[in-house]
Write a protein that binds this ligand. Structure first.
Ligand SMILES: NC(=O)c1ccc[n+]([C@@H]2O[C@H](COP(=O)([O-])OP(=O)(O)OC[C@H]3O[C@@H](n4cnc5c(N)ncnc54)[C@H](O)[C@@H]3O)[C@@H](O)[C@H]2O)c1
Length: 350
């Protein structure tokens, strides 16, 4: 289908310019887009970004509460006819301040790339929940020892759970998954929810150093503080280990980044912007490549079992928009969501 044929197909289901679709968290899940598809689309988006096939300015943000963030994330993938913006937030104290409200909440305005008109407003909390571990999995696929038997997870919130649920897709030989969180109840919850879904044994740790010492591959998703306060000594981690973060430099001391054989980031431009905001008070480490560049073969990933590799990915709008296109299409096919009227229906305005 070319761009106009695709637009006509969409227009048969949503009358572009007169209405748009609203898709809730549940609608997005009900589309049936699978985790394998999410991993595949995410990897394609990362590669397209690093091959400069997309338009994606670095995200800009607001910080209304201490250590909170709200990011505006636009992206256009011409080959996918996918275009829109995610408005994503993380307010780490939401749970304490407002019961039952999760810290991470996101919406996407999804647009028709031919006319700019809105096609949908969709909840993007689920998209964010699954495409973020997908990025870590893509990093692991190209840079970790795929025979690893030990995996560690710092942070047992939404992302911690999602990473653990998905990690065996890439590391199928895992025997032990070590977890650490400042709240024991969060670790218990991970075991309750995730243990029935994975083969490896999930083991709680009370000392964050244990993961660094024991795990071949480790991921982290703890709150990002404007001034990082690392709690794991880089000296504990060395040759052969793979460290993947979705929380900037929140967990490990800076020496780890400086001694790594390979350090990748999802978007060099975005990380330079974050450095300007003060997120890397010790300076950005030397960047070997973009993670999508490694996935796309522009640069080699792991070439020896001995390499210490770090991959730091803060999330990109291209990943959201690539997945949003699939969710939107499937929602149209299945008749999901609620149609909302647009201004053209209001004759008095025209
Ligand atoms: N890279 C990306 O694309 C991306 C996407 C979504 C979220 N994130 C980031 O991932 C992080 C986690 O997001 P989430 O939605 O899972 O939040 P969450 O609040 O659900 O989970 C965070 C967990 O970290 C725990 N924690 C807090 N301080 C800790 C510490 N010092 N050591 C260990 N655990 C600690 C909390 O108790 C909580 O269980 C945030 O920083 C968020 O901004 C990144």
């Amino acid at each position: 289908m070319n761009s106009i044929e695709y637009r006509n197909w969409v227009n048969e289901k949503v009358n572009i310019g007169n209405e748009m679709l609203y898709l809730s968290f549940q609608d997005c899940q009900d589309t049936g887009v699978t985790i394998d598809e999410i991993i595949d689309y995410t990897e394609r988006a990362m590669i397209a970004y690093s091959k400069k096939e997309v338009e994606m300015p670095a995200k800009i943000g607001l910080h209304p509460q201490p250590n909170s963030l709200m990011h505006a994330m636009p992206a256009y993938l011409s080959k996918e006819f996918a275009c829109g913006i995610k408005w994503g937030s993380n307010f780490p104290t939401n749970k304490e301040r407002f019961s039952d409200i999760t810290p991470t909440n996101c919406q996407i305005i999804y647009n028709d790339h031919e006319s700019g008109l809105p096609l949908a407003i969709m909840d993007a909390t689920w998209i964010t929940e699954v495409r973020t571990p997908a990025v870590s999995l893509v990093a692991a696929k190209h840079m970790a020892n795929l025979n690893a038997t030990t995996f560690g997870m710092y942070g047992c919130g939404i992302q911690g759970k999602a990473h653990i649920k998905m990690i065996e897709k890439i590391l199928p030989k895992l025997e032990n998954i070590y977890i650490y969180d400042i709240y024991e109840s969060s670790m218990d919850k991970v075991i309750e929810i995730c243990q029935p879904l994975v083969n490896a044994k999930i083991i709680k740790t009370s000392d964050p150093s244990e993961i660094a010492k024991k795990c071949e591959v480790m991921c982290s998703a703890v709150p990002i503080h404007h001034k990082p306060n690392p709690f794991v000594e880089g000296s504990l981690i060395g040759k052969g280990q793979t460290v993947i973060t979705c929380d900037c430099h929140s967990v490990y001391t800076d020496d780890l980044y400086k001694k790594a054989d390979i350090y990748t980031v999802d978007s060099i431009e975005q990380h330079k912007l974050l450095e300007g905001y003060g997120y890397y008070p010790w300076g950005l480490p030397e960047i070997y490549a973009e993670t999508g560049g490694v996935a796309g073969g522009l640069k080699k990933g792991r070439t020896s079992k001995e390499q210490l590799i770090l991959s730091n990915n803060v999330g990109m709008a291209v990943e959201d928009m690539m997945v949003a296109r699939r969710i939107f299409d499937k929602a149209l096919e299945k008749g999901l969501g609620i149609k909302l009227p647009l201004w053209k229906n209001t004759k008095s305005i025209r």
